[in-house]
Design a protein. Structure first.
Length: 155
């Protein structure tokens, strides 16, 4: 379902995906099946989103972002894609940033370019992620630091 007040320019959208009002999805973006794109979001054209992903309100997904299946992105999480941003000066291509299967990004977290968030990793609310996060790690703070690892049997 695409809400009538959403602006969607791509046909690469899987079944059972919902895109809510005031979302903007640019041509070329790829969105998997059973994805929930909440209101007030932006998805640029060089973004690939897997299946069963949740993207909460206030999230902007910039070129170069790759999101695997079962990822949760909390409200107002911020992604960046330019290592040395300058007004009206753009790189030839944007670096890749990857969210691996089952990763969760807390509200208001900031993810810098070239970072890989590992499988099943959790980024705490408000964390600033400046380097890659291993599988199953829980990170918090600024800069984000590992505080523990998830145990599949308990968490």
């Amino acid at each position: 379902m695409i809400h009538p007040l959403a602006d969607v320019k791509t046909d690469n959208i899987g079944s059972d995906t919902t895109i809510w009002q005031f979302a903007v999805v640019l041509k070329g973006a790829q969105i998997g099946c059973n994805v929930n794109v909440c209101a007030h979001t932006l998805i640029e054209g060089d973004v690939i989103i897997g299946d069963r992903v949740t993207i909460k309100s206030g999230v902007y997904l910039w070129d170069g972002l790759r999101i695997e299946d079962d990822v949760f992105i909390g409200p107002n999480a911020t992604f960046t894609n330019d290592v040395m941003p300058r007004s009206k000066q753009y790189p030839e291509h944007f670096p890749l940033t990857m969210l691996k299967k089952g990763a969760s990004i807390g509200a208001n977290a900031t993810i810098l370019p070239r970072v890989v968030i590992g499988q099943n990793a959790m980024v705490g609310a408000g964390a600033v992620v400046t380097k890659s996060v291993p599988d199953n790690a829980v990170v918090i703070g600024n800069p984000a630091r590992i505080v523990r690892y998830l145990d599949d049997k308990k968490d």
